[in-house]
Design a protein. Structure first.
Length: 151
């Protein structure tokens, strides 16, 4: 039998969620004991705005799907429609009333604006700069005729 997580991962159109709704779910299900510090990740967006689309979004999607599967398991007394209504209400309340959510959303929105701006160039991280400087000369290497490695 396929796990709830696998079923939800396959069936939920989570990639269609806007950033604000996905963040609301991520904040709703945030576990303070989790290894990932959501507030710190979002604070890091001021230095690395590309992380929002390059990594954080996929991480949040996986986290939310996993959390939904666990939430369904914890609340078997609710019908699917009751569960959906409860989640919708909780997300709406979070977006309206949570200072934490609103602060995090403001930071995410700012990072997204920077990353999507046509007049902003995002510089590579120091690691990527070193890797590029090290690997760039590969583009100047010409292939050998014999196909044998040269010494």
């Amino acid at each position: 039998m396929i796990s709830r997580y696998a079923q939800l991962k396959e069936k939920l159109p989570i990639s269609r969620l806007s950033d604000d709704v996905l963040l609301a779910f991520r904040v709703l299900f945030d576990d303070p004991l989790d290894i990932v510090d959501l507030a710190q990740d979002i604070a890091d967006l001021t230095l690395y705005p590309e992380r929002l689309t390059n990594s954080y979004r996929k991480e949040w999607e996986a986290y939310v799907v996993k959390s939904l599967a666990l939430e369904i398991k914890k609340r078997p007394e609710l019908s699917p429609s009751e569960f959906i209504e409860d989640l919708m209400q909780r997300v709406e309340n979070l977006q309206k009333e949570s200072d934490t959510y609103n602060n995090l959303w403001r930071q995410v929105h700012h990072a997204r604006s920077i990353a999507q701006s046509s007049n902003t160039i995002i510089f590579p991280s120091p690691l990527r700069q070193q890797l590029m400087a090290f690997l760039l000369p590969i583009t100047t290497v010409t292939p050998t005729d014999s196909g044998e490695p040269e010494e």
